[in-house]
Design a protein around this ligand. Sequence first.
Ligand SMILES: NC(=O)c1ccc[n+]([C@@H]2O[C@H](COP(=O)([O-])OP(=O)(O)OC[C@H]3O[C@@H](n4cnc5c(N)ncnc54)[C@H](O)[C@@H]3O)[C@@H](O)[C@H]2O)c1
Ligand SMILES: [Zn+2]
Length: 409
Amino acid sequence: MEMNIEEIVKQVLAEMKGAAPADVAPAVKADPAATAAGEIPKTAHVAVLTALEHFDIKEYPMPEVGDDDILVKVEGCGVCGTDAHEFKRDPFSLIPVALGHEGTGEIVKMGKNVKVDTAGKPVRVGDKVVTCMIFKDDPEITMFDLNKKNVGGADVYGLLPDDDVHLNGWFSDYILIRGGSFGSTFFNVSDLDLDSRILIEPCAVLVHAVERAKTTGILRFNSRVVVQGCGPIGLICIAILKTMGVQNICAVDGEQKRLDFAKKMGAKMTVNFKDHKGIEALAGAVKDAFGGHLADFAFQCTGSPVAHANIYKFIRNGGGLCELGFFINGGDATINPHFDICSKEITIVGSWVYTLRDYVTTFDFLKSAKEIGLPMSELITDKFPLEEINEALKTNLAMTGLKIAIVNK
Ligand SMILES: NC(=O)c1ccc[n+]([C@@H]2O[C@H](COP(=O)([O-])OP(=O)(O)OC[C@H]3O[C@@H](n4cnc5c(N)ncnc54)[C@H](O)[C@@H]3O)[C@@H](O)[C@H]2O)c1
Ligand SMILES: [Zn+2]
């Protein structure tokens, strides 16, 4: 049944491509506005999660582009853990929903009122953009708010309820960024390559976490830092620390391949928790890795309550912890408040998503990471075309790769 639907979708997409002039390169580089406008097809294709573990590629009429709106031809979109949760269980009860929030693409049409992005940078047809949060109900929020107000209650494209526009997620070939009172925020990121643009959203999570960590006053150039968990989140954490000049990074995970990647990202030492029986032995291994010292600071980058309970044992008296591993509820963790927090005077910060300002910092981080040769692109281990979205999500759930992405042809 599923195969049949996928076959039909492939056929429809193939037919569509045959008819559209989009693949024909213009002989002369004409005015981008005119060129792009000429290429806009009558319909758009959106991967809609219509049932648990099943996307259908739906075809919708191309919407009107209002005076404040932007029509974007999607180039690619990362698959996030949140997409995987929606695919498997629909915890936010959004089905039918157009998923995909780590997307990027090229502006093909703009309303007459659109002149600059959310940071005030000029935009024109042909520019590459990403979207950030949607602040429908709070016009007070600006670029420069650094407090929590920035993230509470915001929406994002790719997790919006379906409506009559339908082009609400980045797992698609076109998306409409709605301006005016809709509250969209977006950024011109034409100076970043496609892989970097696909990685912006997860990287912003870590830029925010490191900003939160800095508020403790404990994280410094010469700090000994543990990064626990080397999935995309932990690996990007290491890359950001490395880009900032932090040298003494110890990565902890149970997967040797991920620990090897952590070294390429800038970890000086690695500890495989599977090599050590019990938390005392594991903490001893971390201490040995730092030449007989516990960590000054630790980042908890797993969704495991056991990992949260363990991490205190890696931190010195007076040290700091940034807990960012629980984007959603992962259950309770058991700690001993006396030994783990009070008597050691640990400073703990929690971190959840990011602010608009973190997004802009992330663009600079991605450029710096490239300049110092960090293999950021290698984080994207699997690329699928839109019509193979079901496979992409299954690959994400199988956890055989790191970042899975949809990349349009
Ligand atoms: N704070 C936020 O805003 C935010 C945003 C996105 C994701 N997250 C969270 O970050 C976490 C990590 O995301 P990811 O995409 O890297 O996930 P992932 O599952 O790919 O990686 C987690 C890693 O942790 C390792 N691990 C598991 N138990 C461990 C333990 N006891 N000790 C050491 N390592 C252990 C696993 O082997 C794996 O490599 C998720 O739980 C996610 O919910 C938080
Ligand atoms: Zn995400």
